[in-house]
Design a protein around this ligand. Structure first.
Ligand code: NAD
Ligand code: MG
Length: 382
């Protein structure tokens, strides 16, 4: 296998650093041509030393001076500003772009990667939530494959391999249920960001950890699966599986269920996405089936965790409704993390934003960005 050049967007995050572990371990197969961070210039420096990219990007305007000095000292190119990540795609000429940024920030560079003709390994699920139709249409037109770095969708892709997609009855996404699975409505009103950031089974960035606690993450994954696998929403179900061992199921028309199981470590998901459908041995300890005393499953409770049903609702409405869903959620999660609102106001803000949203077609980046901007303004004011 010839070495594939990887542009890694969001290299200083949870998925970003784990991606670098995979690249380091399979250096015969992959090398890094570009790296980006929002503002962690110190960490980027040590990544540059190890991986010697051709170019980097730093998004935080406050860090531009420091970042420019860094790029000069290693004699590499650097991009700044609104189109920084898209420009990085053009400079680096990658074979694969790993989109491990967070929020709608990943949408533009994903479209740029597709336009460039690179394969996209997508962790940043908000890209498909906000721009699913646009992204999938561009990928199809260019013959680009989107490789999911979300454990559930990666599992589904593995379960679909070699099967006839028209014979799928249902996709069943598993969810850990988050740290507040057993909390009452009253108890949910008092939870703190510190409690919410303690995910029971996965170590992840702050935003997705809060999204997991509200079940919005699973709602986003329903929308992500709808686009990735061209699957009607009625054929995507969610089941709570607190052990996070089964990463999802595909049910076929004859009643067969195929599942993918593994230890909960994104290393495997990232490796699978980068090599798909090839498999190679890695250092991960095998899953001890005999040590698994119980795998349990329960229905999600949309009364206590309404964000899941809001996501279905926005996805059914289509157009810019999922853009509004995402924008309101981004604002609400940030405000919760800043201790400005209580946990249960996250769904309230999203509900209000969906109620006041005027739906449009989401057929252009401009329309999506406009809805994003307007919804954020309104959600900030709530
Ligand atoms: P993180 O917060 O740990 O890392 C985000 C990375 O993106 C960092 O490098 C940060 O500097 C950069 N970044 C953040 N905002 C940016 C912006 N506005 N512009 C440019 N760069 C920006 O997040 P994470 O946990 O690694 O998650 C990344 C994405 O992958 C999210 O969309 C998340 O939902 C998804 N995902 C994560 C996991 C996981 O296990 N962490 C699993 C599945 C999916
Ligand atoms: Mg997931």
């Amino acid at each position: 296998m010839s070495q594939k050049k990887i542009l890694l967007l969001g290299s200083t995050g949870s998925i970003g650093t784990r991606t670098l572990d995979v690249v380091r371990d399979f250096s015969d197969a992959f090398c890094i041509c570009g790296l980006s961070t929002f503002g962690r210039v110190d960490m980027l420096k040590s990544q540059i030393e190890q991986f010697r990219p051709r170019a980097i990007s730093v998004s935080d305007v406050a860090k531009q001076k420091e970042a420019r000095c860094l790029a000069e000292s290693y004699d590499i190119k650097i991009t700044f500003g609104e189109n920084a990540l898209s420009e990085l795609v053009a400079i680096c000429e990658p074979d694969i772009v790993v989109v491990a940024t967070v929020g709608i920030a990943g949408l533009k560079p994903t479209l740029a990667a597709i336009a460039h003709g690179a394969d996209v390994a997508l962790a940043n699920k908000e890209v498909l939530v906000t721009g699913g139709d646009l992204v999938m249409a561009s990928a199809r037109a260019k013959g680009i494959s989107l490789r999911p770095i979300d454990s559930e969708h990666n599992a589904v892709a593995q379960c679909l391999l070699g099967q006839n997609p028209s014979k799928v009855r249902r996709i069943i996404l598993t969810a850990s249920g988050g740290p507040f699975r057993h909390f009452t409505q009253e108890a949910l009103q008092k939870v703190t960001p510190e409690q919410a950031l303690k995910h029971p089974t996965w170590r992840m960035g702050c935003k997705i950890t809060i999204d997991s606690a509200t079940l919005m993450n699973k709602g986003f994954e329903v929308i992500e699966g709808h686009h990735l696998f061209n699957m009607p929403l009625e054929q995507i179900d969610v089941v709570i599986h607190p052990q996070s061992i089964i990463h999802s199921f595909v049910e076929y028309v004859d009643g067969s269920l195929i599942a993918q199981l593994s230890v909960a470590d994104m290393y495997l998901t990232i490796q699978s996405a980068l090599m798909f459908p090839e498999r190679r041995p890695n250092y991960l300890a095998p899953l001890e089936i005999s040590a698994l005393s119980a795998l349990t499953f329960e229905k999600p409770d949309c009364e206590r965790f309404p964000c899941l049903s809001y996501a279905y609702e926005a996805a059914r409405a289509g157009g810019t409704a999922p853009v509004a869903l995402n924008a309101a959620n981004e604002v609400a999660v940030r405000r919760f993390l800043n201790n400005e609102i209580p946990f249960h106001h996250i769904p309230h803000i999203i509900r209000k934003s969906l109620d006041t949203h005027k739906n449009h077609q989401a057929s252009s980046l401009e329309a999506i960005e406009e809805t994003d901007r307007l919804t954020r303004e309104d959600a900030e004011a709530l």
